[in-house]
Design a protein around this ligand. Sequence first.
Ligand SMILES: [Cu+2]
Length: 134
Amino acid sequence: MNRIIAAVAALVLFAAVSVRVFSAAPNDSMRPPGEPGLSIKLIDPDRNAHQRTATLSVQVREVQLVDPASAKETAVRGQGHLHYQVDSGPIIATTATKLSFHELTPGLHSFRVNLAGNDHLPLGLSQTVSVTIP
Ligand SMILES: [Cu+2]
């Protein structure tokens, strides 16, 4: 009897852990603790409708945001900056983790944020969000 209870308990525990891992994976871009992570959040996309503004808030983990010019554009492990791009527009390189885009044209826009090294090469962490401007 005890053996059956233990087996059922183990099965329930396994199922709970599996579900948690599965549901966390698709939406959570953050990697395990200790590894670099990047996530972006769209703030109040329609709050300022007359300016047709979208604001992005970016969280970076385990990477120090550094002005690449001050690092002489030389890659250093654990350092980087952000590349922002709206649709196929020019890439904005900055250490700012909050950026607003005004006067977006009506329609669907995609906002891409890339973590880049001091040499501007991608560090392999990228996130995209989309917003429709009315
Ligand atoms: Cu860059």
